[in-house]
Ligand binder design. Structure first.
Ligand SMILES: NC(=O)c1ccc[n+]([C@@H]2O[C@H](COP(=O)([O-])OP(=O)(O)OC[C@H]3O[C@@H](n4cnc5c(N)ncnc54)[C@H](OP(=O)(O)O)[C@@H]3O)[C@@H](O)[C@H]2O)c1
Length: 232
C-alpha cells in the first residue's frame, strides 16, 4: 500500500459530506492537504478537526462553475504545494428531480456539466502533465453509480461524461507513474445524497482511499471503484 505521508493532496469539496470523510482519512495517514470549498470559511471546522494529525493544512476557495477560476486554482495549488501528488476531484452538484423526464432545461445541463465534468477535467488537464514530469500522481474522479434515473439526467449525464474522460485518457498514462481512476461512493446520507440514502457517509471509508493508495506495481488505471465493496 502506498505511503502518502508527507505528500500533498487537493480535495475539492472538502467542507462536508464525502470530501470531509476523505480529508480526515488522508490526514490520518499523514498526507498534507489543500482543502477546497466555495469559501475558505466553509473548511475552517474541518481544518480545526484535522490539526491533531500534525499534517500541513491549507485552504483554497473557488466556485467550480467559473472555469477561468478553476484554471487559476490549478496554478494556485501547484504553487502552494510545490507540486501536487494527489488530486481528489470530489465536489459536484446535484440537479432537480424531475418527474417529467423531458423537462430539464438547457441551463441545468450546462451548470451540471460545468461543475461536475468540465471543472474536474480542467484540473486534470492542468495538473496531470506536471505529475507526469515528476513521475508520480494519483488522481481520483468521484463519479456515481446512478442508472435508469432519467429524472436526474443532467447530473447522470455529467458523471457519464467524466467516466468517459477517465476511461479514454487512462491508456495514455501507462508507465508514467500517474494513475487516474473513478470512485463511486454509493448512495450516502449527505446534503447531496439526501436523508433517504441507505448508507451513512462514514461508509465511504476505506473504499474511497483505495484508488489513492495504489502502489507501484498496482498499475490500476481507468478503473471504476465502488467504495461500498470495501465496507467493513
Ligand atoms: N452522496 C451520495 O449519495 C453520492 C452518490 C454518488 C456520487 N456522489 C458524489 O460524491 C461527491 C461528493 O458528494 P457529497 O454527497 O459529499 O456532496 P455534498 O455533501 O453536497 O458536498 C458537496 C461539496 O462540494 C462543494 N461544492 C458544491 N458545489 C460547488 C461549486 N459550485 N463549486 C465549488 N464547490 C462546490 C461543497 O462546498 P461548499 O462548502 O462551498 O458548499 C461541498 O464541500 C460528488 O461528486 C457526488 O456527485 C455522491
Amino acid at each position: 500500500m502506498l505511503d502518502i505521508k508527507g505528500k500533498w493532496a487537493l480535495i475539492t469539496g472538502a467542507s462536508r459530506g464525502i470530501g470531509r470523510q476523505v480529508a480526515t482519512a488522508m490526514a490520518e495517514k499523514g498526507c498534507n492537504l489543500i482543502l477546497h470549498s466555495r469559501k475558505k470559511a466553509n473548511t475552517d471546522a474541518i481544518k480545526g478537526e484535522l490539526s491533531k494529525f500534525g499534517v500541513k493544512l491549507l485552504q483554497v476557495e473557488a466556485e467550480l462553475s467559473d472555469i477561468k477560476r478553476v484554471s487559476q486554482l490549478a496554478e494556485e495549488v501547484e504553487s502552494l504545494s510545490g507540486g501536487l501528488g494527489i488530486l481528489y476531484n470530489n465536489a459536484a452538484i446535484m440537479t432537480q428531480y424531475r418527474t417529467d423526464i423531458y423537462s430539464a432545461p438547457e441551463n441545468e445541463y450546462i451548470q451540471s456539466f460545468t461543475v461536475n465534468t468540465i471543472a474536474p477535467i480542467t484540473l486534470c488537464n492542468a495538473i496531470i502533465p506536471k505529475m507526469i514530469t515528476r513521475g508520480f500522481g494519483r488522481v481520483v474522479n468521484v463519479t456515481s453509480g446512478i442508472k435508469d434515473e432519467p429524472q436526474l439526467m443532467p447530473y447522470a449525464a455529467s458523471k457519464a461524461a467524466l467516466d468517459k474522460y477517465v476511461y479514454d485518457m487512462a491508456p495514455h498514462l501507462k508507465n508514467t507513474g500517474v494513475l487516474m481512476n473513478l470512485m463511486d461512493p454509493g448512495w450516502l446520507r449527505t446534503d447531496l445524497g439526501g436523508p433517504n440514502a441507505p448508507n451513512p457517509v462514514e461508509s465511504v471509508i476505506p473504499g474511497a482511499l483505495v484508488p489513492v493508495l495504489l502502489d507501484v506495481g498496482d498499475e490500476t488505471c481507468g478503473k471504476f471503484y465502488h467504495a461500498q465493496d470495501y465496507r467493513v
